[in-house]
Design a protein around this ligand. Structure first.
Ligand SMILES: Cc1ncc(COP(=O)(O)O)c(C=O)c1O
Length: 406
């Protein structure tokens, strides 16, 4: 039997979501219904967007995903890069979770070493460990805007380093790896023939940087290095987590072949119904309309959180996120971090308000005391109400939260 660590963030969210009235634990933009998507796609209410699949025989469908969806995903990458990404370079999956799983399962094993940007989504380091690889953390600098130090990366490289794993934008911080740093990561990887695997599930939702800013990060696939892999999905910034559609993309055909083979063992193919709806979401004008709405929603909401933090600066602080509808906030009293698990548990019990405890879910129970992850991709009115509830808690109950002993 393989030994898998508890998936803390997912367990925390899935076991607590039902009882909450104020959900600031999620990490996606406002989920949309199929009816909403019909509106966004400009089809109007008299056209049934599901009609093309009503008469479609429900066979397994094509090996790597529907041609229509693959070409929409290819367009999505090709728009921002001078080099075209062919449909042959993509394979669909049920969500980025399975995309990540397949990449790590297909490519890593005992004897391999991986370097993982930290903090990050637990899947990205727990699975390599489970598959027998040795894991080194490349720590983002908490006190320096979650920046990464390239000299440290060079020092972490070993003769058996197979993969550098990053996510951009980053969960839980919402920080980005800027363009220049990405270029330098790729140069280090190229020198040692290392794969760079980037989880880009929060792309392209950048609410606090302009696409014309030189630091604006492109997809890892557009860096001119064949040994790069990107995974993504429609869950977070395209408001369709319930669809369960994601993908793996790489210019390296060997990587794609290995992932397709692993995918055959795990699921044969993805759902054709889901793929049909997914290709509608990625079609113009739906994708652009959704992205623009979600970007301005995140822009509005991030400034609400910033005002909340400014008002409560003796109790909390953050590095303002640049992308993704999430931020990592440190709660303190008299300059000391509070016990974040106790804070989240009391907020749940007293106020039915859900946040994610940072030390438990992103710090292996040790690091990031006082931190919580807060999701701000929801409705703005609702967020205003949620912040009032959080404020009431800070005003009356916060004084009783114990300080962290870590
Ligand atoms: C960084 C990251 N990658 C992947 C996923 C999985 O997303 P999904 O399987 O819904 O596409 C998540 C979900 O929280 C995430 O935060």
């Amino acid at each position: 039997m393989v030994k898998l660590d508890n998936f803390e963030v997912d367990h925390w969210l899935l076991s607590n979501t039902n009882s909450v009235e104020h959900n600031l634990g999620h990490s996606y933009c406002l989920p949309r219904s199929i009816g909403d998507l019909q509106q966004e796609s400009g089809s109007g209410t008299d056209v049934d967007i599901l009609s093309p699949i009503i008469s479609k025989p429900l066979d397994y469908g094509p090996m790597k995903g529907s041609e229509d969806l693959l070409s929409k995903i290819s367009d999505y990458y090709s728009k921002e890069s001078s080099s075209q990404l062919s449909t042959e370079s993509i394979v669909t999956t049920p969500g980025a979770s399975l995309a990540n799983f397949l990449v790590l399962f297909a490519l890593l094993g005992p004897g391999d070493h991986v370097i993982v940007q930290y903090p990050t989504y637990q899947q990205l380091y727990a699975l390599p460990k489970c598959f027998g690889a040795e894991v080194s953390f490349w720590n983002s600098k908490e006190h320096d805007g979650w920046k990464l130090d390239l000299d440290e990366l060079k020092e972490l490289v070993q003769p058996n380093t197979k993969m550098i794993i990053i996510s951009n934008p980053q969960n839980p911080t919402g920080a980005i790896i800027p363009n220049q740093t990405l270029k330098e990561i790729v140069e280090i990887a190229r020198t040692h023939s290392i794969i760079v695997f980037s989880d880009e599930v929060y792309r392209p939702l950048f609410h606090s940087i302009s696409p014309t800013d030189p630091a604006y990060p492109p997809s890892i696939l557009s860096m001119g290095y064949e040994n790069t892999i990107a995974t993504s999905s429609l869950s977070k910034v395209y408001s369709a987590a319930g669809l369960r559609i994601g993908w793996i993309a790489s210019h390296n055909s060997n990587v794609i072949d290995l992932c397709v083979n692993a995918r055959s063992y795990a699921l044969i193919t993805a759902s054709q119904v889901d793929e049909h709806i997914a290709s509608l979401i990625l079609s113009p004008p739906c994708a652009q309309v959704l992205m623009e709405k979600n970007r301005s929603l995140a822009e509005r909401n991030v400034s609400l959180i910033q005002s909340f933090i400014d008002k409560n600066s003796s109790s909390c602080e953050w590095v303002k996120p640049v992308g993704a509808p999430i931020g990592f906030i440190k709660f303190k009293r008299d300059g000391q971090p509070v016990d974040d698990l106790e804070l989240c548990t009391r907020l749940l019990n007293k106020k039915k308000l859900l946040l994610v405890p940072g030390r438990k879910c992103f710090g292996d129970g040790i690091r990031f005391p006082g931190y919580i992850r807060l999701g701000f991709g929801g409705d703005t009115r609702q967020l205003e109400g949620d912040l009032q509830v959080l404020q009431a808690f800070l005003d009356s109950d916060y004084v009783d939260i114990p300080l962290s002993t870590e």
